[in-house]
Design a protein around this ligand. Structure first.
Ligand SMILES: C[S@@+](CC[C@H](N)C(=O)[O-])C[C@H]1O[C@@H](n2cnc3c(N)ncnc32)[C@H](O)[C@@H]1O
Length: 393
């Protein structure tokens, strides 16, 4: 098998070295920057037709090791997969999402370890795409700018009742309370997030203004009305099948004249099928089980059907590439500490996921959209200014 694989790999002219299970090493291309160490000889046959899922999975399960700069590793993995992998496009998935399955999937990802996330997220532990006003900001600045950008788009003002659906570690909730004097109700499905988020609210003395609960979006009390609703990095967990329900929830919980912001990752494919060449399968298997990315037109259609009016849409794809690059570099710089916080297998998953998603956003495999919607008043008017000028004032 190796006799067939080697010439095929050599033709790709990649800066790659192979190391075999018996210690033998060979350069596959000029000036190798990456070494692929095959530890399990049984893998060689599969490497003839690799996918990103196969390569990523083999690394996670310890069948291969990868040495070299992570960014290069991902690029070379992609090139090998494109050249030798099956052309076959991924098929759209439409999973049933019930509360129990979703709670388990959320716990798997977000309850991993607060200390681990703290290592490489910004100081407010905002776990979503940052906003780079000039492109020169560091991660903390970009996340603060993102929180401000969201609050400005929501035209948040003192006393506003804000619902934060999927509040994470409470960065936005605290920011909205502290900087805009809003009254915030946030929900998450992660117990670990909730614990630390509440501690941080208390540490800032914001308990009177910020209430956080462990709650599924389907269980939000229907007798409440909010002036503004924000959902950041959450709707990726909802699933195609439940998008209409999710949007109806948002629409029913905002008062007439109020605003809803949906910020999240979107598919590049109209039918929302997973990212091709096995990248989507890897993410589903190891990173975000049951995650599903709709196209912007699909979530847009569901928002519109719910009775909300879409008033502004912004793509921040390259902002997410940069955010993920920061996260990945920050984790790479603290691997020794990370090793003491999470099992080796998890660390391998998160390393590949962060660097791989930075690459995926850069290459336009996935996008990020902020969609602002208004619930029109009975006469059809809304409470927005005539232009976006106030966002940049
Ligand atoms: C990527 S994190 C984003 C957190 C936060 N908005 C931020 O930007 O840092 C996704 C959040 O959505 C929450 N979430 C996912 N599915 C949910 C559901 N069904 N109901 C409520 N929250 C959910 C998770 O618990 C998590 O807090």
């Amino acid at each position: 098998m190796l006799a067939t694989l080697l010439p095929t790999l050599r033709e790709l002219d990649l800066p790659l070295r192979l190391k075999l299970w018996d210690g033998k090493e060979m350069d596959i291309g000029p000036a190798p920057s990456v070494t692929l160490e095959i530890k399990d000889p049984n893998l060689v046959a599969q490497l003839a037709h690799p996918s990103l899922d196969l390569l990523g999975g083999a690394y996670v399960e310890g069948q291969i090791d990868l040495h070299g700069p992570l960014e290069e590793i991902i690029r070379i993995g992609d090139e090998i997969t494109r050249a030798l992998g099956d052309e076959g496009d991924s098929v759209p998935t439409r999973e049933a999402h019930d509360k129990a399955t979703d709670a388990e999937a959320i716990s798997y990802h977000y309850d991993l370890s607060n200390a681990f996330y703290q290592l490489w997220l910004d100081r407010d532990m905002v776990y979503s795409c940052g906003y780079f006003e000039t492109g020169t900001e560091d991660l903390d600045q970009a996340q603060q700018a993102k929180l401000r950008h969201l609050c400005r788009k929501l035209r948040l003002k003192p006393g506003d009742r804000l619902l934060d659906v999927g509040c994470g570690w409470g960065g936005l909730a605290r920011f909205a309370a502290r900087e805009y004097d809003a009254d915030v109700f946030g929900i998450t499905l992660s117990r670990e997030q909730l614990k630390l988020a509440r501690e941080r609210v208390a540490a800032e003395g914001l308990e009177g203004q910020v209430r956080l609960e462990l709650m599924d979006y389907r269980d939000l009390p229907q007798n409440e009305q909010f002036d503004k609703i924000v959902s950041v990095g959450m709707f990726e967990h909802v699933g195609h099948a439940n998008l209409p329900l999710y949007c109806r929830q948002l629409a029913s919980l905002v008062r007439p004249g109020g605003l809803v912001m949906n910020h999240g990752i979107t598919s590049r494919y109209i039918d929302g099928r997973p990212v091709s060449h096995g990248a989507g399968e890897f993410i589903d298997r190891y990173v975000f089980p049951h995650g599903e990315l709709p196209h912007v037109t699909e979530i847009g259609a569901c928002i519109s059907e719910s009775g909300l009016e879409i008033v502004d849409v912004e793509s921040l794809r390259l902002h997410y590439a940069r955010t993920l690059q920061f996260w990945s570099e920050r984790l790479e710089a603290r691997l020794d500490e990370a090793q003491r916080m999470v099992p080796e297998r998890a660390l391998r998953i998160w390393r590949i996921y962060l660097a791989g998603c930075a690459y995926g956003f850069r290459r336009n495999w996935i996008n990020l959209h902020q969609i602002l919607a208004s619930k029109p008043l009975p006469d059809g008017s809304h409470e927005l200014p005539w232009s976006r000028a106030d966002l940049y004032a």
